[in-house]
Design a binder for this molecule. Sequence first.
Ligand code: PRX
Length: 713
Amino acid sequence: LTSPPLQINRTSHHEIHTSAASSAIWASPLNNYQRKSVNTIRSRSLSTETTWNESSLPEKIKSLDEYKVLYDFSIKDPNRFWKMAAERLDWYRFPTKIKNTEFDYRCERGVDIKWYEDGILNACYNCVDRHIEHDHSTAQQVALIFEPDTPTESRHHVTYGELLRDVKKFANVLKKHGVKKGDRVTVYMPMVVETCIALLACARIGAIHSVVFGGFSANNVAERVSDCDSKIIITSDFGVRGGKCSPLKAKIDQALKMKQCSAVNTVLVFQRNHGMPEMKDDCADLRSSLEWKDGRDFWVHEEMEKVNEICEPERMNAEDPLFILYTSGSTGKPKGIVHTTGGYLTYTNLTFKYVFDYNPGDVYMCTADVGWITGHSYAIYGPMSNRATTVIFEGVPTYPDVSRYWNIIDKHQVNIFYTAPTAIRSLMAHDDKYVTHTSRQSLKVLGSVGEPINPEAWEWYHTVVGEKRCPIIDSWWQTETGGMMITPIAHAWELEPGVATLPFFGVQTKLFDKATKKPLNPPNSGELCISDSWPGQARTLYGAHERFVDVYFKQYPNYYFTGDGCEIKENGYHHITGRVDDVLVISGHNIGTAEVEAALDHHDHVSESAVVGYPDPKKNQGMYCFVTLKDDVEETEELRKQLIKLVRDMIGAHVTPDFIHFAPNLPKTRSGKIMRRILRKIVEPDISNLGDTSTLTDPSVVDDLIKKCPRTK
Ligand code: PRX
């Protein structure tokens, strides 16, 4: 990959591999190719033999039978299936090797995952340039619709042409500041158009972006900056959410004072509403009081003036990392999940197209922040590689009122809407009139992700929001999986409330019994594993491959362990039951209990702590913290408040303990291990079902905890 960058311009277009299939999709708005290929699929119920010509993938999955034919094919011949999927992208060199993966840590090769390993492509080129090159009129198509926190604030639409210009310029700003292919770039931004520009610019020059959610504390930013050894940070002077200004650059300043960040030499700062007249007073104050270190801090709008608009995309190997995204584990520090270029982009491209049944011209909106994987895969890479028009929403569902989402849907005529159960539950708590006074006639598909959606929330979403017209796409997946894994496909089959239904193409699920570690035959419930690799899968943890193998591949040798429980029903439908490890899923955010414990233990008065979750009807789970204080420390309300604040300060404002229970003793085994199973039962509460307590050093501890626990009252 040391060859000079390929000149991509109109005259050298022939050098880009464009399959007949993909050029037909992009060049022909009539989609004749798509219709033909769908029509040639013959479902099993009609004929025992498929007449599908198997030369390219259909544009749409129309029925369960069509799904079954293609699913079987994807399992029997993954190389051919995923080769056809890769044809949806444009490659500088189309891969000759498709799948080369090993899940068994016991063999000589060890866990090793490679897809399209000799292919060469660029993710940014696939998300922006190629659409314009294939059809020049796309330069005028709106790529991003920015919906600011305050609905009355001026908003802007960004076309693919404008996006390409800005991405190229910002990529040149990065280059000017010394960023090279393979360098890690930390991104700490609000949910604005500039964040998409920043990510695509990194991808364009082959830099690896590492987005840190804007709600995380300076402490957490510092930890993530140093873990991937990033020398440059992209941020914004502030962000606005729910009418409040949040200081982003100031948090970065705080992080940069910590010694973990001593290698950072450049901070590029976007102005939140550059060129816009309106600014709230508190935001203006924040901007004027910013610390500024000359030679390190630069305003992006000033830097953009100094560069030109010529920037060829870097030729990337399919297995070159595209990004790192940190996620909470059940133990220890956050895990830097590494996704690579070719497999990730192929997988997010295909899942987005099929699952949402995205058609040219549809307006799509995903409410996830780009700080989470959903924002990466389904606000940026999936939709943009499909030439979609995407709404980027800066705010929250309840500001200025609880009709906000539905008003945005009407304002921008959104056809496909993807959100989290926690938002749905918080909105359904209000009178239905806040929904029904809006039209929502544009809606065709409604999606849900991030946590189990309870049947009541599902019904409300389906009936009140979608007026029973729109399928509910309850999609199960993870940061580690890159894209959707178990999910309905819009309009293809019958749905059941709260059931994620069937695995996506190429995904093979397997249940195991937690106690015996033996495989279970469905219908059954057990721990969910995946039997073979799919292209969107994470390849490793940044700088910690051994931990990657330990966490995901050792529990059940030769399988990827998801950490989730699942029930597979008689009809093959999958119902995800929730985490089986020490990760809490609260309002759609993954929170490692170990991280919270580490924060609590930081307090001078705390001797040890144990954090467990309990079911919560709104947030999915609540956070219950048992805290043992040091000798002679008094249990006071003030201390309780201090501990809650400490957790919020150390991790982020989205992580707030619901209960702090001062416990002089915790239930422990003779080897000194805290029995979390029992603590979970106490707070659930399910005290009639505590299980075996005989191995505890002092079983009376349990009675004391039950007496004092407010949830058992
Ligand atoms: O427990 C599952 C839950 O969220 C976890 C993954 O969280 P994260 O890596 O942050 O990615 C979230 C966005 C993909 C899973 O292990 N989860 C996610 N989607 C669902 C879900 N649980 C039930 N149903 C879902 N649809």
